[in-house]
Design a protein around this ligand. Sequence first.
Ligand SMILES: C[S@@+](CC[C@H](N)C(=O)[O-])C[C@H]1O[C@@H](n2cnc3c(N)ncnc32)[C@H](O)[C@@H]1O
Length: 359
Amino acid sequence: MGQIRSWWRIIRSIGPGAKAGRNADRLFRFYLIGALDEIGVFRYLEQPRAYGEILAEFGLIDGDYTREVLQLLASDRRNVIVFADGRYTLNPKVPRPAYDELVAVTPKHIQPFISLAEGLKDSIIDRLRGERVGVTEMFERGEVSLSDRFNTLLGAGSYSAIRAAVFDNLPRADFDWLHGKRLLEMGCGNGLETAEIWLRFQGDIHITAIDRVPKMVGLARINFGPTLDRLAPDHPPVTDENRPLFEEGNAMELKYPDGTFDAVFSSIMLHWTFDPRQAIRESIRVVRPGGLILGAQATKPLVNPFFDLVIRSQRDSHGFFWAEEYKRWYRDAGVSVRPVTPAGIIGVRKPDLEGSSNG
Ligand SMILES: C[S@@+](CC[C@H](N)C(=O)[O-])C[C@H]1O[C@@H](n2cnc3c(N)ncnc32)[C@H](O)[C@@H]1O
């Protein structure tokens, strides 16, 4: 029953997973092509050019990322460049996408991602040139920073639907059990997530909300109260007892001793970390035996390659991984998960001392 509700929630909010993935991919393709166009790559490719010549002309470094970008553009179904006889050339048969067309064909629920892609566009060239821009700098630089863009994007509905689906999927007994417990929220973003979780428990929960980016933590701290008032004007009072603790923290290196929390929650965060496997290990370590591990993480193949390359323009981000890896990394850390829906929703007990766990 829980799984059906969870599926229904995801389909209603983001549509069938493969279609949502394709729509997002079209959008990120537009920005990847736009970034290269701005520095003149396609004009240069009016003549056939070898890989090394392209690197030299634009000051790009040789590496997996650069190779993947060129290979993807040449092998895409609508390939704007062609690779033949060891050289890349502009494909005159495939026009570069136009902004108006992009907006016209992008469904409303995907459109908020335009701002995110726009914010990441410059990082694509930085990454191709081997410049090191850390996650915090990347989130905080620019007239409209990525943190500001996220502040809007995270309120756009799909992220709320995904975390609601995490709780839809949770058996009633587990939900009841979680009342009054200590929950670690990893990658809390702008605090909307914290407020939504807090309201789900009518304040009867002790949340520690962490994010790697100081500006996001600041936003979360500021947004939490007003968000409660906006979402549920009659919410229970926030007291010293139930006020969430907002802290800077890196999911890959949690400062908390083993078993500090009764539950851990993370949603659409792991692909941003440099080493999601380590973040998974850490999240399990800080939950006490028999505690709950809750989360959501979209994975490949539903997340398509352009989306992945744009996220990886932030070189501290691992990028999207395969559904099989997601399951294996949990299994290696001693917890067996069965992700539900294209949003990769999980809800599982950490094995207790007798070693029992459920998916
Ligand atoms: C896509 S947002 C999702 C935010 C929130 N979970 C939601 O769904 O509304 C990903 C968040 O993860 C944070 N993040 C990235 N790397 C992190 C890390 N290593 N540790 C903790 N948070 C991280 C980012 O700063 C960002 O706020």
